[in-house]
Design a protein around this ligand. Structure first.
Ligand SMILES: O=C1O[C@H]([C@@H](O)CO)C(O)=C1O
Length: 580
């Protein structure tokens, strides 16, 4: 067992238990010696001025970086991440997106759900095992801090000696996201105002934290400077003839994105930590919260550079193409390609996106088939509504309002009265709902209910899209499930028919994911096993949509958990628990 920068001192009880568990694994493993590493990371979260697209703005950094440092670990490693909140006036919490947190639900990092927020000046320690190789991400899960730049990538490598079902010479990582010049606070205040103030389309698209705003639009050179080296494009250098694995993560707040590498095919080989039956595409649609690995060959004209273009899809674009340079070594990295950057597919070509979603299947040698039937089917209707004049998003006519006492603590410590159990999700009568029309009465209610799933049961979640508050608008919503992967059984356009559509589910080789798109006016059918004791949110990964209610909270097997760490407590009614 290797220890990186580690020390036993100061470990909490549950941390010690986990180490003991790792030791036992080493002892028990007489055939394969499991080499598990414990990595200690110390992070400081801070506001700092940055100019990722030439426009100077406050960004949230991790140890001075936005995007934050990439975490690289090997399957089976334990990560101990000590997060100090130096935001001065804001709380924070960090979610490890795609890591299932088996046995450590209190480290999921969802404020209001699994923990109290980390107060300014305080330090909170996350500890968890990365139990499956793949590409994941981390990001703030507090208010709208993710869109201020608190995000980064997690690479979990396969154990030494394990062969992946594809080969490459080298690998690189790419984070894509959208960027506004209005702060996250301004955006969230606008969303919570009676006179709803919507931020609109992003000013820039960033690739590895770099974009380019046309400063002549900014009106003043004080805040926008196109000679600032911070906004030089990201350059991906490739050696002619070599093959590359690109790990791509979307940390967009709002935009569905399309990534194209001019003149180069992409072979999709991994999605959300699962191997894909390889498919070749000209460009990749990627939704907020998703990760992919693609294989790209440097097999084009080595005498020139090429554009990597990032475009908004699904919403009417108001943002220029984000660009990076694919540099063929040894050309000058900043040699401008002689062509125009890719403009991507038509933004409103839903069928194109729908068909690409359907292409993603499990790799034939890595199929873990889903249970053939489920114990419970929950249809989740996605609607845009109003509550006393405020715009909200709702699921089955309830708009989620997180309680001040996190659910995990409330359930385990007998404080269940802080939230309601009703209404049960299945009681919503969606049968007569016309998904193609604007609601005549858009009023709905706020709720903080939690939905208990029978431990180890198999659950189908059917996401159903509908028209928003304006006519002829149905948005794309990427849905993310915490604590689990689900099988993607099917996508459809139109209204889900519980009698007919399940007959066409893919039960043979569905991909497993943790984030999946719900296409405009369509449905997406998922199946998962409720086998991870804890409280888990399932929500739209668009920052603004979750912020105004678009999610549900699920619970399973909490009674099986041992004592909760006191470090997650201290807010709402859990204040009294830390005093005792
Ligand atoms: O949540 C949203 O609000 C606006 C619009 O529906 C109301 O202005 C928009 O485009 C969203 O995605």
């Amino acid at each position: 067992m290797r220890f990186i920068n580690s020390s036993y001192e100061g470990l909490k009880d549950h941390q010690a238990t986990q180490l003991l568990f790792l030791f036992s694994l080493c002892l028990l493993s007489s055939i394969n010696i499991i080499e598990a590493t414990v990595q200690h990371l110390k992070w400081e979260i801070k506001y700092e001025y940055r100019s990722p697209d030439c426009f100077k703005k406050l960004s949230i950094t991790v140890n001075g970086l936005s995007p934050g440092p990439t975490i690289t670990a090997t399957q089976g490693d334990t990560l101990i991440i000590q997060v100090t909140n130096s935001l001065i006036t804001e709380n924070t919490a960090i979610h490890w997106h795609g890591i299932r947190q088996r046995g450590t639900p209190w480290s999921d990092g969802t404020q209001g759900i699994t923990q109290c927020p980390i107060l300014p000046g305080e330090t909170f320690t996350y500890q968890f095992v990365v139990d499956r190789a793949g590409t994941y991400m981390y990001h703030a899960h507090y208010e709208m801090q993710r869109s201020a730049g608190l995000h980064g990538l997690i690479r979990v490598l396969v154990p030494e000696g394990t062969v992946e079902p594809f080969s490459y010479d080298e690998e690189r990582s790419i984070i894509v996201n959208d960027w506004w010049h209005k702060s996250a606070i301004e955006q969230s205040t606008g969303l919570l105002s009676l006179n709803f103030s919507w931020v609109g389309e992003p000013q820039s698209l960033l690739i590895n934290g770099r974009g380019r705003y046309n400063c002549s639009l900014a009106g003043t050179t004080d805040v926008c400077d196109m000679t600032n080296t911070e906004c030089l494009p990201f350059v991906l250098t490739m050696v002619p003839g070599k093959t590359y694995r690109l790990r791509i993560a979307s940390l967009a707040s709002l935009s569905a994105l399309n990534l194209e590498i001019e003149g180069h095919d992409m072979t999709i080989v991994e999605a959300d930590g699962h191997y894909v039956d390889p498919v070749i595409v000209k460009n990749l649609n990627i939704y907020s919260g998703e990760t992919y690995s693609i294989i790209v060959k440097a097999d084009q004209d080595p005498l020139r550079n090429y554009w990597i273009g990032l475009n908004v899809i699904s919403r009417k674009p108001g943002t220029p193409t984000g660009t990076s340079i694919l540099n063929y070594h040894p050309n000058n990295p900043l040699k401008v390609p002689p062509t125009l950057p890719p403009t991507g597919p038509l933004w409103n070509d839903t069928l194109y996106r729908f068909n690409q979603s359907k292409l993603i299947k499990s790799h034939p040698d890595h199929i873990e088939p889903p249970p053939p039937t489920s114990n419970r089917v929950i249809i989740l209707l996605n609607t845009q509504n109003k509550v006393n004049g405020y715009i909200r998003w709702s699921i089955n006519n309830v708009s989620l309002n997180l309680p001040t006492t996190p659910y995990l603590i409330a359930i385990k410590e007998n404080l269940r009265h802080v939230f309601s159990k009703k209404p049960a999700l299945e009681t919503y009568k969606y049968k007569t709902y016309d998904i193609h029309s604007v609601l005549k009465n858009p009023n709905t209610t706020l709720g903080n209910s939690i939905h208990r799933l029978k431990f180890n049961s198999t659950v189908d979640l059917i996401l159903q899209n509908a028209n928003a508050l304006s006519p002829n608008i149905s948005e794309t919503h990427p849905w993310h499930l915490h604590g689990h992967d689900f099988w993607v059984l099917g996508y459809g356009l139109g209204k889900f028919d519980p009698q007919i559509n399940p007959k066409n589910y893919n039960l043979v080789d569905p991909i497993q994911k943790n984030t999946v798109p719900l296409h405009p006016y369509g449905w997406t059918a998922l199946r998962f096993q409720a086998d991870n004791p804890g409280v888990w949110s399932f929500h739209c990964h668009l920052e603004a949509h979750f912020f105004i209610g678009m999610g549900v909270v699920l619970e399973e097997g909490v009674e099986r958990l041992g004592k909760l760490p006191k470090s997650i407590m201290g807010c709402g009614q859990s204040k009294s628990l830390v005093r005792t």
